[in-house]
Design a protein around this ligand. Structure first.
Ligand code: GLC
Length: 581
């Protein structure tokens, strides 16, 4: 709900109002960036697979939603062993998504609408169908091309054991043995993910040269930036030392690993930054970097490296006031010294949608397999969104979360495509549940995802998604879509929202997060004279209503309206309310 209050407008930033997408400075410091998963966003040609033409046709929807930029997961030539994160040709669009002209047209259309466009870059590994890898296989042991990957002789009497004990993130050993051209079992190659995704050797100059050239290729086409896939993985510890333990997946994100977050990766990003900076229009890099701490993540966004890094610690935090407050503080404290904006994210294509995570008891895993209490999950998801959008910095929205979509937890095993699901015999790898094509309109699948009612979609959509479609939610003031639209509109306009380095916590009951964001540049004297003193966000994560001193005038609530009486406000359970004051 929006209460129709007049929000004091933000002072114009330099260049604002100009028609071009390249207008204001530091746009990325408070940008809301929308992740499009190309397979599942919109299917223009009706083959059941999303495509670039479909995305182009829906750009006005994203402009109207109020986001600043669109990040596209990979659409490059790929055998799709890992849904496009296995790239066979970095300069070609896979025919299933269209052709290069569609990518160019998409950038052009987006810019005309005032949206920026970020592409996914996958530098840690390629596809086993990449021409370098194919040639390396054909040429056999000793091939110069093998030096661009991590080929090693095996251990054991006949080289029958992997060169070290590293495990693949997708399960099983991180090494696969090749059959040499003479038909005999030969060397092994490293793949931190699927066997179809051989890791590049970033010590090799040809690899570094190739990626600098790929960056320029897309920058020349006009892209506004890159999301760097597995940015923490490119450099491996010298000598590829054993870890000495099994179940290594469990250590990820907590422990130091010889294949992740090595200090050497930073030299690569320092070499990329000047390339980006040569191009006009403030283009950006965002790191997908899994590190043990937010402080380690901050290393990726030092002034001469990347611009932003996803805040996975925030994504993994349950809907509980205390851990949330802690992760907000830790994040802001870590980003302040490096001058990078904090980022906030609740969902992406690799984790169970947050409406379903919050519908279940808190868990250490971001892969949840039960639907839980769907109504509660949605209520909390909406509250979590208003909390996220009130925090200082930049925020990421994953396609469909603005519709309140739950994860699809009951996909039949035979339709699942997540390579991890198959490699781990169903123990993990439930990422397909958040990748189901999104509903746009109509009463039957594919709900406007494709052009024909009853037409295909690469993953089946649930039968009850008609009511969640964009068309069904548009204009309904209680819908999650309208909540996002209102929230993004307020966020864009309120002078205290957007960029910033800190929040001012207010006293509140234990299950409540309450903070104030002052209007930048305003002194206490201004406030005494009656000027607006800012914005307050109150998130009640508890299961009962709470009563607080009235923080200001309510702007927006994720659920029931707050009850205001006698200088106090009562805020419903699992509800966030925005206030202006
Ligand atoms: C990243 C991507 C994920 C992919 C993996 C391997 O984590 O987000 O989808 O499977 O990298 O490329």
């Amino acid at each position: 709900m929006t209460q129709h209050l007049v929000i004091p407008a933000r002072p114009a930033r330099s260049g604002e109002g100009e028609p071009s997408a390249q207008r204001r400075t530091g746009w990325w410091r408070d940008a809301v960036i929308y992740q499009v998963y190309p397979r599942s966003f919109a299917d223009a040609n009706g083959d059941g697979m999303g495509d670039l033409a479909g995305i182009r046709s829906r750009l006005p929807y994203l402009r109207d939603l109020g986001v600043d930029a669109v990040w596209l997961s990979p659409f490059y030539a790929s055998p799709q062993a890992d849904a496009g994160y296995d790239v066979a040709d970095y300069r070609r669009v896979d025919p299933m998504f269209g052709e290069l002209a569609d990518a160019a047209g998409l950038i052009e259309d987006a810019h005309a609408l005032g949206l920026r466009v970020i592409f996914d870059l996958v530098p840690n590994h390629c596809s086993d169908q990449h021409e370098w890898f194919q040639q390396a296989l054909r040429e056999g042991a000793g091939s110069a091309l093998r030096k661009r990957f991590h080929f090693r002789a095996g251990k054991g009497e006949n080289g029958e054991l992997p060169p070290n004990d590293w495990e693949s993130i997708f399960g099983g050993p991180a090494w696969t043995r090749v059959t040499e051209p003479d038909g005999r079992p030969g060397e092994w190659y490293l793949h931190l993910f699927a066997p179809e995704q051989p890791d590049f050797n970033w010590e090799h100059p040809a690899v570094a040269d190739e990626f600098r050239s790929i960056l320029r290729f897309w920058l020349d086409l006009g892209v506004d930036g890159f999301r760097i896939d597995v940015a923490h993985g490119l450099v491996k510890a010298a000598g590829l030392p054993d870890l000495g333990t099994h179940d290594q997946l469990k250590l990820l994100g907590n422990d130091e690993m010889p294949f992740f977050d090595q200090d050497g990766v930073h030299a690569i990003y320092r070499s990329w930054r000047p390339i980006l900076d040569e191009y006009p229009g403030e283009r950006i890099f965002v790191a997908e970097a899994w590190t043990p701490t937010v402080a380690r993540t901050a290393n990726y966004v030092r002034p001469d490296e990347l611009h932003q890094a996803f805040n996975f610690q925030y994504l993994g935090t349950p809907w509980q006031a205390e851990p949330l407050r802690e992760v907000v503080d830790v994040t802001l404290d870590a980003m302040r010294p490096v001058g990078a904006p904090a980022t906030w994210v609740l969902s992406n294509h690799d984790v169970t949608r947050h409406a379903t995570r919050f519908a279940n008891p808190p868990s250490n895993s971001t892969q949840i397999r039960t639907p839980g209490d769907r109504e509660l999950g949605l209520r909390r998801a909406r509250a979590a969104t208003l909390l996220m959008l009130a925090l200082p910095g930049s925020a990421y929205v994953y396609q469909g979360e603005e519709l309140g979509l739950p994860d699809v937890t009951d996909l039949p095993d035979e339709v699942r495509q997540d390579p991890s699901f198959h490699r781990q015999a169903g123990q993990d790898g439930y990422r397909d549940g958040c990748r189901v094509p999104i509903p746009w309109s109509g009463t039957a699948a594919p709900y406007g995802f494709g052009p024909v009612e009853g037409g295909p979609s690469w993953l089946p959509q649930p039968q009850d998604w008609a009511e969640l479609s964009v068309a069904a939610q548009t204009g309904d003031p209680t819908s999650t879509l309208e909540l996002y639209r209102s929230a993004l509109a307020v966020r864009a306009k309120h002078p205290a929202l957007g960029a910033g380095e800190s929040v001012e916590w207010l006293d509140a009951p234990a299950e409540v997060l309450a903070f104030r964001r002052p209007v930048p540049g305003q002194s206490n004297a201004d406030v005494a004279l009656g000027a607006s003193s800012g914005f307050v966000c109150v998130a009640n994560t508890g299961s009962t209503p709470v009563r607080l001193p009235l923080p200001g005038r309510p702007l927006l609530s994720s659920g029931e309206e707050p009850v205001l009486a006698d200088g106090e406000a009562v805020i419903a359970a699992d509800t966030t309310v925005w206030w202006t004051c």
